[in-house]
Design a protein around this ligand. Structure first.
Ligand code: COA
Ligand code: MG
Length: 314
């Protein structure tokens, strides 16, 4: 390991994150009762400009009225972007009036570390003024060319940061990629046209102890397309994916839950290496394959994820 130690963000189970427009309060109870690990109440792009103020009021009321954390859920609010005049009031009103009930603030269209600095500074003042003892986390959507160009600096910008999310739709728009669908593959491209962006963001996250979360897949009638995208993200190291419709929650939970066979195999790796260590060896063989300390680190990731899921379910 490098002498440079990575401080890990607070861990949260984050397999599925349900998006819920703040302007549709009739969905809130359903979202709270869903199997999503995470819910974000949206004040940004799922809310029309004329509905912004009403959505903010709905969200503040629902944060107080519904016990979102009852089933170990994480509750987040997506505020409007720093380029809008809604943003300051979103942050101030939500935290002043319901800050004790919010786990994280999701900041859209982050372009530079200063965007996170601004939110961090305001949150710090708000927490002090309101006497909030639980630090509110910050999550950032990387969904513009500027955000991706600065993703390493953004990921390192604040100890409040917990996760970065890849927002494929705005990213496509910002890059002028040839698509009008939210997520999924363009057959003109030989492979996955989002791969390099997903991979770059993933590395920026892990180098700074953050979770990497994959964003939306718009065609909620295409479970196979959703699963394929989620599996590609999981293969890179993503911990979860958005659900923009309840039909996608179970799909995400399943993809980001290591199957029992994988967990069993990970435990076998750890046992085999313990036995090897007792016999004075660092490397060993298991089923005809070499395993060593790196195998143990991979196996531990799987076992820890399985344990976090078991904790949530108990
Ligand atoms: N959260 C909780 N419940 C939801 C939901 C959500 N995001 N979306 C739909 N539902 C509920 C519906 O109320 C309905 O419930 P019912 O069976 O009790 O009537 C059920 O799930 C099926 O919904 P359906 O009729 O298929 O969808 P819809 O036409 O009501 O809404 C969308 C479809 C896409 C508009 C809606 O899912 C939505 O707003 N998703 C989130 C969009 C968003 O936040 N975008 C920003 C991030 S990309
Ligand atoms: Mg967006």
């Amino acid at each position: 390991m490098s002498h440079h130690q990575i401080t890990e963000a607070r861990r949260r189970l984050h397999r599925s994150e349900l998006a819920v427009p703040g302007s549709r309060p009739e969905l809130f109870e359903k979202a709270a009762a869903s199997q999503a690990d995470y819910v974000f109440l949206d004040l940004e792009d799922a809310v029309a400009p004329d509905e912004k103020a009403a959505a903010r009021a709905n969200v503040i009321e629902a944060l107080g009225d519904i016990d979102w954390r009852e089933s170990n859920k994480t509750i987040s609010v997506r505020i409007n972007g720093l380029d809008t005049h809604y943003m300051y009031r979103d942050l101030i009103d939500v935290v002043e009036r319901a800050g004790a009930h919010v786990d994280t603030i999701l900041v859209p269209k982050v372009g530079a570390p200063g965007d996170i600095y601004t939110v961090d500074a305001l949150l710090t003042q708000l927490e002090q003024a309101m006497g909030l003892s639980d630090r509110i986390g910050v999550e950032a959507l990387v969904e513009t060319a500027l955000g991706m160009a600065n993703v390493e600096a953004v990921a390192a910008s604040s100890p409040r940061l917990e996760a970065l999310h890849f927002g494929v739709a705005d990213y496509a728009a910002s890059c002028r990629a040839r698509t009008i669908t939210i997520g999924g593959l363009n057959p003109d491209y030989p492979g996955d046209q989002w791969h390099s962006a997903l991979s770059r963001m993933l590395v920026a996250c892990r180098a700074n102890g953050l979770r990497a979360i994959d964003g939306p897949f718009g065609d909620f009638g295409d479970p196979d397309g959703f699963i394929a995208g989620a599996r590609r993200a999981a293969a890179l190291g993503y911990e979860g994916k958005w659900a923009i419709h309840p039909a996608q929650i179970e799909l995400a939970n399943e993809v980001f839950t290591p199957p029992e066979s994988e967990v069993d195999q990970a435990r076998r790796v750890l046992e085999a290496l313990e036995e090897a260590a007792a016999a004075g060896r660092g490397a060993a063989q298991l089923d005809g394959r070499m395993i060593d300390a790196a195998s143990a680190r991979m196996a531990l990731n799987v076992v820890e994820t399985a344990e976090a899921i078991a904790n949530r379910e108990s």
